[in-house]
Ligand binder design. Sequence first.
Ligand SMILES: C[S@@+](CC[C@H](N)C(=O)[O-])C[C@H]1O[C@@H](n2cnc3c(N)ncnc32)[C@H](O)[C@@H]1O
Length: 275
Amino acid sequence: MRAMPGTETDRSPQAKEMADESMVRNLAAQADAIWPQELPTMRRYQPRDILDVGCGTGEVTARMAELFPEARVTGVDLIESHLALGRGKTVRFGDRVRFQPADAFELPFAAGSFDLVVCRHVLQAIPTPERVLAEMVRVSKPGGRLHVVAEDYDMIHAAPTRIDVSYFWHAAPRAYSKAAGIDLHIGRNIHHHLRALPLDDIDVHYAHVDTQRVPRETFAAIFEAWRDGYTESTARSLGIPEAEAREYFQATVDCIRDPDGFVLWVVPIWTARVR
Ligand SMILES: C[S@@+](CC[C@H](N)C(=O)[O-])C[C@H]1O[C@@H](n2cnc3c(N)ncnc32)[C@H](O)[C@@H]1O
C-alpha cells in the first residue's frame, strides 16, 4: 500500500518540476488555452468566498478575481515563488485576493469556509488525491461548489506524426504514475472518488485543447514546457534514453506547429455541489 503523504516531497512528488521555470510558462499557456472554455461553467457560480487549491502562479486566481468582482479569493500553494508571482498579478484587487503557503492535504481553514473551491491541474501530481478532494469538501459550505480540472494523459491525440506518439502518450503516463506514486489518469478515476464524498450534481465537461480552437503557438508552448520540464523524469520512468523521450515530446510539438497537423488534448473539468 502506498504510504500516506508525510513530507513535503511526498505531498508534491513533482515539486522540482512544479517549481521549474518551464512550469511558469506552462501555467500561463494552459490558462490561455483552457480558461475560455471554463468560463461558461464559471459564470454559473455566484461565489463570495473562493479557494484556489494549488493555485500555482495565480493565473486563474487572478482571472476569477476579475470575473467575480464581489468575491474574496484565496490561493494556496506549497511553492513560495509561485505565490509571489500570483501576488504580483493581483495587486490591483487589493486585499480581496490573498495568497498563502498551505498544503492541500491539510488546508488551514475551518469547515464550511468557502462557497467555491477550485483545484486545477493539481490532482494528477499528488498521491492520494482523494484525500485532497475530502479536504476541499470539508472547507466548503453546504451547497458550495467544487470545480476541478483533472488531467488525463491518455486523452492526447496527434496526427500525422513522424514517430508513433500514440504509443508514448499511452505508455509514458502509466510508467510515470507507477514510478512517482501518482495518478496521471485522474481525469477518469476522479469519478469514483467524487462518488465516495457527500456530493450531489456530479458532472463533467471537457475543454478541447486542439489545433482548431487554440492558437497553435499557445498549444505548442504547453508541450514545449512539458518537454523541457519532464523529459528527464519521463525517460527514467519509461527506461528509455532521454533523447528518445525528448523526440516524442518534440514530434508532438512539431505536429501542433504543422498547419496540416491536428492535435487534441481533452481536459476533463469536473463539478459538484457539496451536501
Ligand atoms: C500544474 S500546477 C497548477 C497551478 C494552478 N492551479 C493553475 O491551474 O495554473 C500544480 C500546483 O499544485 C501545487 N501543489 C502540488 N502539491 C501540493 C500540495 N500538497 N499542496 C498545495 N499545493 C500543491 C504545485 O506546487 C503547483 O504549483
